[in-house]
Design a protein around this ligand. Structure first.
Ligand code: AMP
Ligand code: MG
Length: 504
C-alpha cells in the first residue's frame, strides 16, 4: 500500500490536537488527534472486496496493514473529533472512539479516506475499548457492500481481518459480559465527516474552527460551491439535504432501518454510515426498530426515518447559522429537504409499482397498499418481488409473502390488486419493477447465520452472501430456495435477528 498516493488534506486543512494519542479526554478547538492503531496478535484476512481494492489499486497482501499492525510510508493515522445528538439529546464530544483513519488515498478519479474500525483506543473512546467484535464487523462488511449493489448510497468495506484477540461484550446489557472474537474492518468513503463534525464547534461557540472546517469541506468535497457567502452556504447545504433525502428514500425502497440515526451517524455526503444495530424489514411494520436501546421511544423506527432525517438536518443547519449573515435563509434548506424527499419518494413508488409517472390519485393507492401490508404479517421483499412478475391481479400469486397462509386478507388484497391493475392498464413495467424491488437483501437472520458459522471459523456463508448480494436484483435461481425466504421461525425472537444492541 506504500505505492498509493497518500494525502493529508484533512490534517493540513483543519486544526488538530497537539498531543499524540493519549487517554480519552476533551480536545477543545480541534478536528482530529493523531493516534496509532493498536497491534493485534494474529491478523487473518477473512473477507475482501476485490472491486473496492481494484478501485484503490491495492493488492491482497496487506492484512497486517489492514489489521493496524504496520503503517506504510504516507499514512498519518488520526481519529476525528465530532459531537452529536444521541436520541435527541446533545451529547457534546463523541468522535472516533473505535475508528482510526489511516489516511486519504488519491486515485485517478477520486480521493478516498481509508479507516480501520476496531483498532483500539483513541482520545474519543470515552469509557470503552475502541475494539470491535467479529459479529458486528461481519454485519458492517456484508451490509455496506450489499447496500452499494442495491444502489443505496453508502460507505464501502475493503476488508475484514480477525485479530486473534478476544473482546469482552455484554450483548444484551444485562450484566453477562462474555469474550468474543475481535475483528477490524477497513472501510472507505469520500470522507467520514458527519453532521456532528460541525455541530461540536457551533455548540462550543468556536466560530473560527467551524469556519475553517466548512471552508475545508467545501473546497475538497463540494468544489464549485463557495463558503464565503450566504448563497454559497445555502447551495452547499441544499446539496446535503438532497443527498440525505435520496439516501433515506432508498432505505425505504429496500426496507433498511438504520437503527441509530444520531446526528453523529449522518454523513455529509448522504451515504449510509456506521452500521450498528441496523435491521431489514421482513414482515412489513413501519413501527419496527431493530435497536433494543430504541425499543421504548422507537425514535428510529422504519416509518420515521425521513422525519428524523429532517430533524438531524435541522441540527446541521443550526450549526452553520453562526456563519451566515441572514441565518433565516436556512429555512429554505429545510424546506428543500422536504421537497426533495417528496420527489424521491414519488420516484420510488413509480419504480416499485411500475407506473408511468406519479399522478395525484397514486397517493391513495399507496396508502391502501401500506395499510394492506400491515393487516397480517406480510414479507415486504417477497411481496414487491412477486408483484413485479404477476400475470393477473389475484392474491393467489402472493401466498409466499404471507407468514400465515390461513389468515390472508383476500378481499382487501384483491380490491387493491384490481385498483393497481387498472392504474397500469394491465401492463406492469416489469423491468423497471424488477430493478427497484430487490430479490435478495441481507435479512437479519441471514447475517446471523454467517456470524454463527464465522465464529466457528467457517466463512463460507459470509462469502456466499457477499457474492449473492452483489446481484440483488437478479434471479440467481440456484439460491432461491435458500435465501429468497421469509424469516424462519427460529429467528423470530433470536438476539441478533429480531433485536440488536449497540454492543459492537
Ligand atoms: P455509534 O452511535 O455506535 O456510532 O457510537 C457512538 C460513539 O461511541 C462514537 O463516538 C463511537 O466512536 C463510540 N464508541 C462506540 N463503541 C465504542 C467502542 N467499543 N470503543 C470506543 N468508543 C466506542
Ligand atoms: Mg457512530
Amino acid at each position: 500500500m506504500a505505492d498509493l498516493n497518500w494525502k493529508r488534506r484533512f490534517l493540513n486543512g483543519t486544526p488538530g490536537d497537539q498531543q499524540i494519542g493519549g487517554r480519552p479526554r476533551q480536545v477543545p478547538g480541534c478536528c482530529w488527534s493523531r493516534v496509532t492503531p493498536s497491534t493485534v496478535p494474529e491478523p487473518n484476512l477473512r473477507l475482501w472486496s476485490k472491486e473496492m481494492a481494484d478501485e484503490l489499486n491495492i493488492e491482497q497482501d496487506c492484512s497486517d496493514v489492514l489489521a493496524g499492525n504496520r503503517l506504510v510510508e504516507g499514512m498519518d493515522p488520526y481519529a476525528q473529533r465530532y459531537g452529536g445528538h444521541q436520541f435527541g439529546n446533545w451529547a457534546n464530544q463523541l468522535g472516533d472512539g473505535r475508528a482510526i483513519t489511516l489516511g486519504e488515498v488519491e486515485t485517478e478519479t477520486n480521493v478516498f479516506e481509508l479507516q480501520l474500525k476496531g483498532s483500539g483506543i483513541t482520545p474519543y473512546s470515552r469509557f470503552a475499548d475502541g475494539k470491535a467484535v467479529l459479529r458486528s464487523s461481519i454485519r458492517e462488511f456484508l451490509c455496506s457492500e450489499a447496500m452499494h449493489h442495491l444502489r443505496v448510497p453508502t460507505t464501502r468495506a475493503l476488508s475484514l481481518v480477525t485479530t486473534g484477540e478476544d473482546v469482552v461484550r455484554d450483548v444484551m446489557y444485562d450484566g453477562n459480559p462474555a469474550p468474543e472474537p475481535g475483528a477490524v474492518v477497513c472501510r472507505v468513503a469520500r470522507s467520514f465527516l458527519r453532521f456532528g463534525s460541525y455541530q461540536i464547534h457551533a455548540m462550543n461557540g468556536d466560530r473560527e474552527t467551524l469556519q475553517t472546517l466548512v471552508d475545508h469541506t467545501i473546497k475538497h468535497h463540494f468544489s464549485g460551491h463557495v463558503s464565503t457567502t450566504d448563497d454559497g452556504l445555502v447551495t452547499w447545504l441544499n446539496q446535503i439535504g438532497e443527498d440525505t433525502a435520496l439516501m433515506i428514500a432508498n432505505w425505504m425502497r429496500v426496507g433498511f432501518v438504520h437503527g441509530v440515526m444520531n446526528t453523529d451517524n449522518m454523513s455529509i455526503h448522504g451515504v449510509t454510515i456506521d452500521y450498528g444495530p441496523y435491521g431489514w424489514i421482513e414482515d412489513y411494520d413501519p413501527n419496527w426498530t431493530p435497536n433494543t436501546t430504541d425499543a421504548n421511544g422507537r425514535r428510529y423506527r422504519f416509518g420515521q426515518q425521513a422525519e428524523i432525517g429532517a430533524w438531524n438536518f435541522a441540527r446541521l443547519l443550526e450549526s452553520i447559522s453562526p456563519l451566515m449573515e441572514q441565518p433565516e435563509r436556512l429555512y429554505e434548506c429545510l424546506e428543500g429537504y422536504y421537497n426533495a424527499y417528496e420527489r424521491y419518494d414519488q420516484e420510488m413508488w413509480v419504480q416499485k409499482l411500475g407506473l408511468d409517472e406519479f399522478k395525484q390519485g397514486d397517493t391513495v393507492l399507496i396508502q391502501n397498499l401500506l395499510a394492506n401490508l400491515q393487516l397480517v404479517e406480510t414479507d415486504m421483499t417477497i411481496f414487491f418481488r412477486l408483484l413485479a412478475s404477476i400475470k393477473a391481479p389475484e392474491i393467489e400469486a402472493f401466498y409466499d409473502a404471507f407468514y400465515d397462509t390461513t389468515t390472508i386478507p383476500t378481499t382487501e388484497w384483491n380490491q387493491w390488486l384490481k385498483a393497481w391493475w387498472e392504474r397500469i392498464n394491465g401492463q406492469p413495467r416489469t423491468a423497471r419493477m424488477l430493478d427497484a424491488n430487490p430479490k435478495y437483501v441481507l435479512r437479519n437472520w441471514m447475517a446471523q447465520l454467517a456470524i454463527d458459522a464465522a465464529e466457528k471459523n467457517d466463512y463460507s456463508i459470509a462469502q456466499e452472501l457477499y457474492m449473492l448480494l452483489k446481484n440483488p436484483y437478479q434471479e440467481q435461481s440456484e439460491y432461491e430456495d435458500k435465501w429468497f425466504r421469509k424469516r424462519p421461525e427460529w429467528a423470530r425472537h433470536r438476539v441478533g435477528c429480531s433485536m440488536l444492541s449497540c454492543s459492537s
